[in-house]
Ligand binder design. Structure first.
Ligand SMILES: [Mn+2]
Length: 311
């Protein structure tokens, strides 16, 4: 038998087939899926009076417009800090370049995670059979890990575009996003004893002393006036826009919230809440709000550039 060349080749190919099957099974089952670093839910910085702080609304991959806005505000000037308010990737054409900008300028830029960044990370962590798993209930999910909670976004918010973008960005840029960004950033202005809080979507007026929920601060548009733990991206019975619940009775007076996420409302500058998503990716504008200390007080300046229509 062994002298028969036919059975020799048959034995060899069977051996190779079994070997490859074993290797494949090992790769699928035994090698752990790549993880992302745990993400900071909150960060806090104390700002001194020679620093300028510039907050930028939803960039959505519109890198050229971002660069135009940054040169308009002279972001290269020393002691200038730039904060991207989330949803800086996805939808637009150049998400990778926006993340690269954050990587290259990590000492002077800060980033808040929006629902899109989180969805991209989630799609990456759950990329195997994502479509199939999204379509059925009770899937087992690998959560996006924050230091305060393991977060699984609503399934109807995650789609294949997030998975494609995750592949395009790759593990290195996704890791940068997880490392450099947080879900909330508090900037204490030392000179005026005022605090600026940057989140992507919104914040309850009675936030003090409470742990923010990732789902709330990255997705909410509406909030129940009598129970601030009930929030949603969509209108629901008795709910109101969260920023309408911010007033002298409900919120500390020395706090201002800067956020994006709400292109439908557009630029929305109120006393204590500043909505800066002016719909750049939809052909609107990209907005920056600058805080600068001069003559004994902070001044606010608004800067905008026009965007190409991309969506
Ligand atoms: Mn958003």
């Amino acid at each position: 038998m062994a002298n028969n060349p036919k059975s020799f080749w048959l034995a060899l190919s069977t051996f190779i087939f079994v070997l490859l099957s074993l290797v494949y099974t090992y790769v699928i089952l035994a090698v752990p899926a790549p993880r992302l670093p745990s993400i900071a839910t909150q960060r806090a910085i104390t700002a001194v009076e020679n620093e300028r702080w510039i907050f930028v609304g939803d960039v959505h991959g519109m890198y050229d417009e971002l660069q135009e806005l940054l040169s308009l505000v002279d972001a290269e000037k020393p002691d200038t800090h730039v904060v991207l308010l989330g949803d800086f990737v996805s939808k637009g054409p150049q998400s990778g370049k926006v993340v690269h900008y954050l990587e290259e300028n990590r000492n002077s830029t800060h980033c808040i995670l929006g629902n899109h960044e989180i969805n991209v990370m989630f799609a990456y962590l759950n990329r195997r059979d994502l479509k199939k798993r999204l379509s059925r209930k009770n899937s087992r999910w690998d959560p996006v890990v924050f230091d305060t909670e393991n977060y699984v976004p609503r399934h109807d918010q995650v789609n294949n575009k997030h998975k494609l973008l995750a592949q395009q960005l790759g593990i290195s840029k996704l890791t940068s996003m997880a490392t450099l960004c947080s879900a909330e950033l508090q900037i204490h202005l030392n000179a005026s004893d005022h605090t600026l809080i940057a989140v992507h979507a919104g914040l309850a007026p009675d936030f003090e002393g409470k742990q923010p929920k990732i789902g709330d601060i990255t997705t909410m548009k509406y909030m129940l006036p009598k129970d601030h733990s009930k929030t949603s991206k969509y209108k629901f019975y008795k709910a109101r826009r969260w920023f309408k619940l911010w007033n002298a009775d409900t919120a500390p007076e020395n706090v201002t919230v800067l956020y994006g996420h709400d292109a439908n409302s557009g630029l929305n500058l109120r006393k204590q809440t500043k909505g800066l998503d002016s719909g750049c990716v939809g052909g609107g504008k990209l907005t920056a709000l600058e805080y600068v200390y001069k003559n004994g007080k902070y001044h606010e300046y608004l800067h905008q550039v026009k965007c190409r229509q991309f969506m």
